[in-house]
Write a protein that binds this ligand. Structure first.
Ligand code: DC
Length: 219
């Protein structure tokens, strides 16, 4: 049995940055579950399916084989054998991931993969339902959040650095919409697990937030 740290929270709260830092500090494996939903979304977009076409999503998701591997400590997501890491960090893919992730077939497939990864190694896993559904027995559970404006500003900076033109108001609107979608779906909605510790990163540095999570291991 490995030690499992589960980090859930809304888009842009800093989950992946903080989880990666924790994994590096502790020598754990970082598992980014959002990337798996994004790879599935990319497949659906390539199949010309719209986020509103729930029936088609249900059918087509069976054809996508998602797996992960590690290169130099970095998680690589494969979609039917193709490394898609460079293609999944767009708003289009994020929105499709949010729209397709309520599908039970999509979730069953990806949750199984996530549970296998955590079964026999030490992992820091981030997502929306890790503490509530995927790893209910995780030793540490954190609900990481931040003010929506702060989250929008972080994403804006990230996109700007990559040379992507965007508007801060549009990003915040998108974030609020995505939060709503993720929190109100019927299956595995985003919520704080009863035994999760709330960490608000609005006024914290990455280092401070990572240390706050690591400190929970010694409780
Ligand atoms: O964390 P992210 O932005 O990469 O996630 C993209 C979408 O995937 C998110 O809006 C909802 C979905 N998701 C999910 O339903 N369950 C997870 N464990 C992770 C992500």
């Amino acid at each position: 049995m490995g030690i499992n740290i589960a980090i859930d929270g809304p888009a842009g709260a800093g989950k992946s940055t903080i989880a990666k830092r924790i994994a590096r500090k502790l020598g754990y494996i970082y598992v980014d579950t959002g990337a798996m939903y994004r790879a599935m979304a990319l497949y659906l977009i390539r199949e010309k399916i719209l986020p509103s076409e729930t029936e088609k999503i249900n059918e087509k998701c069976r054809e996508a084989d998602i797996s992960i591997g590690y290169e130099n400590g970095e998680q690589i997501v494969y979609l039917n054998g193709e490394n898609v890491n460079g293609l999944i960090r767009t708003e289009e893919v994020g929105n499709m991931a949010s729209a397709s992730s309520p599908n039970p077939n999509v979730r069953r497939k990806l949750v199984e993969l996530q549970q296998k990864l955590a079964a026999d190694q030490n992992v820091v896993m981030d997502g929306r339902d890790i503490g509530t559904c995927v790893l209910p027995d995780a030793q540490v559970k954190v609900y990481l959040t931040a003010d929506s404006r702060v989250r929008a500003e972080r994403r804006y900076k990230e996109l700007e650095e990559r040379g992507v033109q965007c508007s801060l108001d549009e990003i915040e609107k998108d974030i609020i919409e995505r939060d709503h979608q993720d929190m109100t779906r019927d299956i595995s909605p985003l919520m704080q697990a009863e035994d999760a510790v709330l960490v608000d990163s609005s006024h914290m540095t990455i280092e401070e937030a990572a240390d706050a999570v690591i400190a929970l291991l010694d409780r």
